[in-house]
Write a protein that binds this ligand. Structure first.
Ligand code: ZN
Ligand code: ZN
Length: 335
């Protein structure tokens, strides 16, 4: 794997352009994505949402996954939730297993594709990567159950200012990082594990008074030199060129491809498939997997459109069809 440009990393880390007084902002884009724009979107769409579609869900071989210590695998549980296995370590991204991406049990985006497995069927998780605190990325029940199942040994890597929320929920094994911060999340002898929190162009909040009070971003996880990039939720901007310059490449990247219509409102915070392919190229990814589609209805595009647009964008940008793929729900891929 390419060596890290430590000088560039230190320079970006020192900037802290995203630190406001009590809240955070994006590095490069300041497009409005606020309540007035949200109201205009709601007014113009007149209550019309795309229809859900039936996506087949495969049942992962949970016994095999639990016993696996050798093979590198990636399993798509749904939306932004992946189980990644490398060198005997089990890593989970943004664990969301609930019925609704909402604080309420009766309202908010309802899940139309069930998770491919339940929390109880997961192998013991070593590391959980949390990108930000939106409901479709941070599911209170799921993280609590994951923490309890593994007797506190699961380490949660979370964005700056998110650790208190986890501690209040009884999860003590938590590390919060600012953009470009590095940590060695395990500190044991199984493998050389390092993680970095990196910028994304997005926002945060779980209630009415906490907009951008906690940070958002993506994660880089390196296990014995094998490098994973989990982009989180993001619009397109210059952050990805920065990430590509610092790290020089990734073996595997998980990049969002859904939740982009209407563009005038969503592009500040969510990429479309064309921009997802640009991210794949900017960060110099060897293999990318599309996420953030096919599970919740969050925006206006037809729910099965992202993979088709991804195929077109790959062709237009000269990216090989095996270099940026989508997976079937519940599929396990050997890497
Ligand atoms: Zn989000
Ligand atoms: Zn999201």
């Amino acid at each position: 794997m390419n060596t890290i440009d430590r000088e560039r990393l230190a320079a970006l880390r020192a900037l802290k352009r995203h630190h406001g007084p009590g809240w955070f902002r994006n590095n490069y884009n300041t497009d409005r994505h606020g309540i007035a724009e949200f109201m205009r979107w709601m007014r113009e769409k007149r209550g019309l949402w795309p229809s859900p579609k039936h996506f087949p869900v495969e049942h992962p071989d949970t016994g095999w996954l639990a016993a696996n210590r050798e093979a590198s695998t990636l399993t798509w549980i749904g939306h932004v939730t992946f189980l990644y296995q490398h060198r005997g370590l089990n890593v989970l991204t943004d664990p969301v297993f609930g019925e609704r991406a909402s604080p309420l049990s009766f309202a908010g985006p309802k899940r139309y594709t069930p998770p491919a497995l339940h929390v109880d069927q997961l192998p013991p998780i070593d590391i959980v990567l949390v990108s930000h605190n939106h409901y479709d990325h941070l599911d209170r029940d799921a993280v609590k159950r994951i923490a309890q199942r593994n007797g506190g040994r699961t380490r949660f890597l979370v964005p700056l200012k998110c650790a208190d929320w986890f501690r209040r929920e009884g999860i003590a094994n938590v590390v919060e990082l600012d953009w470009w911060d590095e940590c060695a999340p395990l500190g044991d002898a199984r493998a050389d594990v390092r993680a970095w929190f990196v910028p994304a162009q997005h926002f945060s909040g779980r209630g009415v008074n906490d907009r951008n009070a906690t940070l958002w971003g993506g994660w880089v996880l390196e296990i014995d030199g094998h490098r994973l990039y989990f982009a989180g939720d993001t619009g397109y901007g210059k952050d990805f060129a920065d990430i590509g310059e610092v790290f020089g490449g990734f073996d595997l990247s998980l990049i969002p491809i859904g939740a982009y219509e209407p563009q005038w409102f969503m592009s500040a915070v969510h990429v479309n498939p064309e921009d997802a392919v640009r991210i794949h190229r900017d960060v110099r990814s060897r293999l990318s997997v599309g996420m953030h589609w096919g599970t919740f209805i969050l925006t206006d595009e037809p729910v099965d459109e992202p993979p088709h647009r991804l195929a077109r964008a790959r062709a237009e940008q000269g990216v090989h069809e095996q270099a940026f793929i989508v997976m079937r729900h519940g599929e396990t891929r050997h890497l």
